[in-house]
Design a protein around this ligand. Structure first.
Ligand code: FMN
Length: 352
């Protein structure tokens, strides 16, 4: 309430990326301050315990922060104070690059949505590895790998693998992001042979040590999805559904902006992608896209996600976004008679 009434109107007066930078700067200060995390935790409120196991890892609760918020992995010591059960950093590219020119992030408050065309602004894999090396580890940290803009598709396997090697010791799970719409040609890497080559190159260096997941686009046709999953099912530990969408029908304000759409309008297509993956293979799924409430999180879990993530809700609901969603989720699980998150995963199939 305090956020919606007071802080959000002030933040929304700022250009969106500037608001993001200020929020991150404040969190970096809190991170450096003794007692800073406790202060933020007080503001966010308590997160209910909803333990989940996935990919051989233990999560205190199933709600993570999605990739794109902490691109350079500088906030992993403070973000868990907001209640998140895990944090995914990145996308991180092998070499530093500035990303697209600003402005590149836009709010659509009437739709509770964002459009972004950041284009993988990244300080690079070595800088992210250094940042993670010095950070305390409170919850599992996922490392999302992107690709430099100037990397041709045939060099993609080598570059993803090199970034993976630099960061391997620093993450609990890894994500091959081949679904951002803001790097030309990137989504073409979801094609079976290209994705297979990328995963093979990473797995050669990984030797099964760390879970490697693939993040997919909600815009894949059925045959493209079949193709991507053929590669993912044999070599990945899971899938993330979904990245932002380029489909903006019925949203003229969004359609006027180049970039990927996130937030409420992405809820249905990204949940549909969970169901489409589930109908094709048994890969564990992290569900992300348009989660604004506990009911949204529960719907994704019941559709087949074992973990969920959010980003855009943090902009619209503020520092209590994660704790609010989690408390609503806890109540929703209880009301529906589930004794654990695991029990609810994929349960809509049984009741269909
Ligand atoms: C500003 C912004 C930057 C993002 N950057 C990345 C990124 O670098 N890598 C990635 O895999 N996803 C990125 N995403 C996508 C999110 O991780 C997530 O898949 C998407 O926003 C849907 O979730 P949401 O509706 O809860 O925001 C970004 C999203 C936003 C809004």
């Amino acid at each position: 309430m305090l956020y919606e009434r007071l802080l959000r109107p002030l933040l929304f007066r700022l250009e969106p990326e500037t608001a993001h930078e200020r929020a991150c700067a404040l969190m970096r200060c809190l991170q450096a301050l003794p007692g800073g995390a406790r202060l933020l935790q007080g503001l966010a409120g308590p997160a209910p315990e909803l333990p989940v196991q996935a990919f051989g890892l233990d999560f205190p609760n199933p709600l993570g922060l999605a990739a794109g918020f902490d691109k350079d992995a500088r906030l992993t010591g403070i973000l868990p104070a907001l209640g998140f059960g895990f944090v995914e950093v990145g996308s991180i590219t092998l070499r530093p690059q500035p990303g697209n020119p600003r402005p590149r992030l836009f709010r659509l408050p009437e739709s509770e949505a964002l459009v972004n065309r950041m284009g993988f602004n990244s300080r690079g894999a070595a800088a992210a590895a250094a940042a993670l090396a010095g950070a305390p580890r409170m919850v599992p940290v996922g490392v999302n790998l992107g690709l430099n803009k100037d990397c041709p598709p045939e060099r993609a396997p080598g570059e993803y693998a090199e970034a993976f090697s630099l960061l391997c010791a620093r993450g609990d799970y890894f994500v091959v992001n081949v679904s951002s719409p803001n790097t030309e040609g990137l989504r073409g890497l979801q094609e079976k042979r290209r994705l297979e080559a990328i995963l093979r190159a990473i797995q050669e260096r990984n030797a099964g040590r760390k879970p490697v997941l693939v993040k997919l686009s909600p815009d894949l046709s059925d045959s493209q999805l079949d193709d991507a999953l053929e590669a993912a099912c044999s070599q990945a530990a899971g899938a993330i559904a979904a990245n932002t969408t380029l489909a903006k029908a019925g949203l003229p304000a969004a359609a006027a902006l180049a970039g990927g759409l996130s937030g409420r309008p992405l809820f249905s297509p990204s949940t549909a992608l969970i169901r489409r993956i589930r109908a094709r293979c048994g890969l564990p799924i992290i569900g992300v896209g348009g989660i604004m409430s506990g009911a949204d999180a529960l719907e994704k879990i019941r559709a087949g996600a074992c973990l969920v993530q959010l980003y855009t809700a943090l902009v619209y609901r503020g520092p209590r976004a994660a704790t609010g969603v989690l408390e609503e989720l806890r109540l929703g699980l209880e009301k529906a008679g589930f004794r654990s998150v695991a029990q609810a995963v994929g349960s809509e199939e049984a009741s269909a």
